[in-house]
Design a protein around this ligand. Structure first.
Ligand SMILES: [Zn+2]
Length: 215
């Protein structure tokens, strides 16, 4: 199963927290902590529950959210094929797989439905798809591509573009101390690859949104 998807999430959660507890207690000990100290007594359980929550995307798949689609009426659909549906600033928190440290930021998505099929999805489903992939051990580059691919394969639009902006705590907290750095990644599919003017339009909408006075 792709992404190691599993079933029986709740039963599984408790089981995995129990399995993690003794291991995390050992980690505290190796760090030189007194695991019996009042403040730390329940930490392995909370920590384990947190780890399971941060990776709950493994028990979910984008298809679960994108299989319910809608079809625009033929009469309501414009003739042009570059009208985009855009959702910006979908906030997410993920976990860097190299350092098991959080990275967080925003995802901006636009897609252009195919005028032949006129298939669209609920706007909230796009943020659900982001959540599915963010709640796994990730690298930002792959997450960006996975979101674009899921939309492309499930909605079969003319094109889709995904932009992810994020701050990585492995850069902020470890030696490198890059507090201001943002990492930006993009994924384009379909007409967004072949018609650069569509991306320009998308960027103009993003700018309009972040700076309404300039609109
Ligand atoms: Zn990292």
């Amino acid at each position: 199963m792709r992404g190691g998807g599993r079933t029986g999430e709740n039963v599984d959660t408790e089981e995995r927290v129990e399995q993690l507890k003794p291991l995390l207690r050992s980690v505290l000990e190796i760090l030189g902590e007194d695991q019996e100290r009042e403040g730390l007594r329940r930490t392995p359980e909370r920590w384990g529950r947190g780890l399971v929550t941060y990776t709950r995307g493994y028990v979910d798949e984008p298809e679960n959210h994108l299989k319910v689609v809608f079809q625009l009426d033929e009469d309501d659909y414009p003739m042009g094929s570059d009208d985009m549906i855009m959702v910006d600033k979908i906030a997410f928190t993920s976990t860097c797989e190299h350092h098991i440290a959080p990275f967080r930021g925003n995802v901006h998505i636009a897609y252009i439905p195919d005028p032949a099929s006129r298939v669209i999805t609920g706007l909230s489903k796009l943020s659900r798809v982001v959540d599915v992939f963010a709640r796994r051990l990730q690298v930002q580059e792959r997450m960006t591509q996975q979101v674009a691919r899921a939309i492309d394969e499930n909605l079969k639009p003319l094109g889709v573009i995904v932009v992810v902006q994020a701050a990585h705590f492995c850069m902020i907290q470890r030696g490198v101390e890059q507090r201001e750095t943002m990492t930006l990644t993009t994924a384009r599919r379909g007409v967004f690859r072949t018609k650069p003017e569509l991306e320009t339009k998308f960027q103009q909408y993003l700018k309009l949104r972040s700076d309404p006075a300039q609109g």
